[in-house]
Design a protein around this ligand. Structure first.
Ligand code: F6R
Length: 252
């Protein structure tokens, strides 16, 4: 695991975007795993800037989102399908047919989960997966106690996660259940880039990077990944004790 501590959230976005582009440029049919939430927004802005400036060609890019709420139509503004459209597909000028989000509505959602796994496999697997982290250490919507070997599945959200995400829903109730890639699915990605900022992520980052590997902190499984970058601002890094060094070859 490499932990890169940046001076502020904007630098987190730039640093993580550089890493993501470096990986995507290596292949002609790149596959990017995308997260929703606030944390990756600066990263997506930086990718959009780079696409606009001609620094990277993402015209062949395929994307797979981590998760979706159950019961929301894809055109619902609170659905992750719509969020990904607004924050990733349109700003990066991607072909919508290549951008995939788990299905949270319709019949046989378990079959939808199996189909999603198959679609990732057919695309050749994820080259680089962007991740945020929950204040409780969740990855995707794999809440504490989730199986380290899990595949895409239906999951009940914890009350903490529902409260944390209420800010996106205004007066509406946050759904109680979701579809999420499993921790096993996430760990299959060839490279991982987790971004986190703010003091409310400091405990989760410390537990994930320096605590024991335990299902009670799902993000601690990153310690087993051969190429996981954790890019954080100083506030999110404030409870780390180890002296993390900048990896060779990275210019901040
Ligand atoms: C989103 C996701 C979640 C978020 C996490 C942090 O697709 O899978 O794990 O990354 O809840 O959310 P923010 O970034 O809003 O603090």
């Amino acid at each position: 695991m490499d932990v890169i501590i940046c001076k502020d959230p904007a630098e987190v976005g730039r640093t993580a975007a550089r890493r993501v582009m470096e990986i995507l440029r290596r292949t002609s049919q790149p596959v990017l795993g995308v997260a929703t939430g606030s944390s990756p927004l600066d990263l997506y802005h930086e990718l959009a800037r780079a696409v606009g400036a001609g620094e990277v060609d993402l015209s062949n890019l395929s994307c797979f989102a981590l998760d979706e709420y159950i019961g929301l139509e894809p055109n619902d503004p609170n659905s992750y399908a719509d969020t990904i459209r607004q924050t990733v597909t349109e700003p990066l000028h991607l072909d919508p047919a290549r951008v995939h989000v788990p299905r949270g509505i319709g019949e046989d959602l378990d079959q939808g989960c199996r189909d999603y796994e198959e679609a990732i496999r057919v695309a050749g697997g994820v080259d680089v997966q962007i991740l945020g982290i929950g204040a409780n250490g969740h990855l995707g919507f794999n809440e504490p106690g989730s199986s380290f070997g899990g595949r895409t599945h239906l999951q009940r959200l914890t009350e903490q996660t529902r409260e944390d995400n209420q800010r996106f829903f205004g007066d509406r109730d946050v759904p109680t259940h979701c579809v999420t890639q499993g921790l096993g699915t996430i760990m299959d990605a060839r490279h991982l880039v987790l971004v986190a900022m703010g003091e409310n992520k400091a405990d989760a980052i410390a537990a994930a990077c320096e605590g024991p590997v335990t299902a009670m902190c799902p993000a601690s499984i990153l310690q087993f990944h051969p190429d996981a970058w954790v890019v954080v601002d100083r506030a999110a890094a404030s409870k780390l004790h180890h002296h993390w060094v900048e990896p060779v070859g990275v210019t901040q």
